[in-house]
Each structure stands twice: as C-alpha cells, then as structure tokens.
Ligand binder design. Structure first.
Ligand SMILES: [Zn+2]
Length: 288
C-alpha cells in the first residue's frame, strides 16, 4: 500500500511584468483605478470581456432613462429581479488584496468604475465611486438619496406576485426579462417628495461623471507616485483619461488586465493575467 502523496503547494504565479509591477507598487503612493474585470470573479459579468466585444444586452443609457417612461419602467423591473443576486455578491481575492495594500500604507487612493461596492465590502476605505453606487437611489425631482435596500422592501410590498427568475444579471444589476412580463411590474416613486422618479445613484452610459468628482480624482492622481489600473480595458473615456493624464504628468502607469487594453501603448508595466491570482501575489510580495 502506497502512502498518499502530500498535497503540493500551488506554483507561485509569476506572469511577465510582475517583478516590475512589484517594484512600482512597493514604492507606495499608488492610485488604484479599478474596472469591471476586478469583479468578474465575484460573479458580476464584464460588459466587454477579454476580447473587448460588447455583450448582446445593451446597457441602459441616460437618454432612454430620462426621456422614456417605459424604458425606465423596464430598467427597474429588470433591476428589481436582479437585485438579490447583486446584493449577495461578495468581494474576491483581488478586492481583498487591494484592501491589504491600502492597510499596508502603499496606496494614495482607490478610485473605481464599479458600482458594486465590493472594494468597501473587502475593507477598503475612502473609495471614490467614479460611476456611483447601486446601493442607493437618488430622486430626480428632489435629489433625496436613499438606501437601495429600502426601495427593494417597498417594491416587494408593491409586487407580491411579481417574481420571474433571473436568467442573467448584468454589471449594472439588471436582468434579462421578456417584455410581456415587464407590464406586470409596479414601480414606486420617491418617498421623500411623494412623486419624484427614482434613479439608481449611478452614472449611466451617455451620462457625464460629475465634474467635481473627476476633479477630485485628478488631484489624487497629481499627488500619486504611480497609477495602477486593475481590470479595465480602458474602453470608456472616463477611465482612459486617467492614463492620458498620468502620461502628461510623467507618472508611471501599471496595468493588470486579462487581455489587451486601449492604454497599452502608454503603459509602463503590463501584466496580462487573472486578477484573482496576480493581486494576492502582488500584495504578498509587497509585504501587505
Ligand atoms: Zn423626491
């Protein structure tokens, strides 16, 4: 009878560029800019995936949400169905590694394009949500900001029999749902001003990120020793402009992303590998 072989420790991951990235991050004052690729391991699918192609489901635009009551109704019906899955999403090893790097004093700030709150759930502090957060709503009439969980309780009460299963949840938290099902959904309005239409407190496609929010992030970048882009293909300008600005300022840029990015020509260090493996190893190497 042969003895069972001892379990082997997993081979430490060492993709091309990780040594240089470790040197960059170990210098400190790193401004992190994260995108959807950081949250895919948490079950929140990336819009664009590694190849950069758009998924079949087109995200809601600000123009549709603002002008088309039926489009708004459709958004909220899908969002209502998808919310429990969004609310149940948990941070992954990549989010935890970022929080550890911050606790170790190596980060000058965390800016995210994600609206899922998973950096904060992993313990990161003072996270700037460039595109807002799905965990709250804002009234388009009076500006009242309220917890999304409160809206969900009100919607459950208003929709006791509305409960189709979610086949798929998109990064902005809405779900695939046949049109005929949508008609049975009852939306509620703002509870503070009694009648204003509610919007998730996120920046939709086609909507401008508030100027003071961008300005604050640019000031953080000006004070940073480096910019570290995590899980973004930099397809949208709201993220890409940080790389352009860093290049203008002579601030080195590192990128960890699975697949190519729009900023590759302007980047100093690139690691093309899964974030859930690279970031814990990076944190370990930095003593975080
Ligand atoms: Zn209101």
């Amino acid at each position: 009878m042969t003895a069972a072989l001892p379990a082997l420790d997993p081979e430490p991951i060492a993709p091309a560029g990780l040594d240089e990235l470790t040197d960059l991050v170990a210098d400190g004052d790193v401004l992190v800019l994260s995108g959807a690729g950081l949250s895919t391991d948490s079950g929140i699918p990336d819009y664009r995936g590694a190849t950069g192609s758009l998924r079949r489901h087109t995200p809601m635009t600000w123009q549709t949400f603002r002008r088309d009551p039926r489009g708004r109704h459709r958004y909220w019906a899908r969002s209502y169905v998808g919310w429990p899955q969004m609310a149940a999403a948990r941070p992954n090893a990549g989010h935890s590694a970022v929080a550890r790097l911050q606790r170790a004093g190596l980060l000058g700030g965390v800016v995210t394009q994600n609206v899922d709150g998973l950096h904060q759930a992993a313990g990161a502090r003072d996270v700037v949500e460039l595109h807002g957060g799905l965990d709250r709503t804002v009234c388009l009439a009076c500006g009242d900001v309220a917890p999304r969980a409160e809206l969900h309780r009100r919607l459950r009460a208003a929709n006791p029999h509305f409960g189709p299963r979610a086949g798929e949840v998109n990064p902005d938290g809405d779900a695939e749902l046949p049109d005929d099902v949508l008609d049975g959904f009852v939306m509620v309005d703002c509870g503070a001003c009694d009648g204003g239409p509610l919007k998730p407190d996120v920046v939709f496609f086609g909507e401008t990120v508030p100027r003071d929010r961008v300005g604050g992030c640019f000031r953080m970048l000006e004070d940073a020793g480096s910019l570290l882009v995590l899980g973004s293909s930099l397809t949208v300008m709201s993220g890409y402009r940080f790389v352009l600005r860093a290049a203008e300022l002579g601030i080195p840029v590192g990128v960890v992303n699975l697949g190519p990015t729009r900023g590759d020509a302007k980047v100093d260090v690139r690691v093309d590998a899964p974030l859930g493996a690279v970031l814990p190893e990076l944190a370990r190497r930095c003593g975080a």
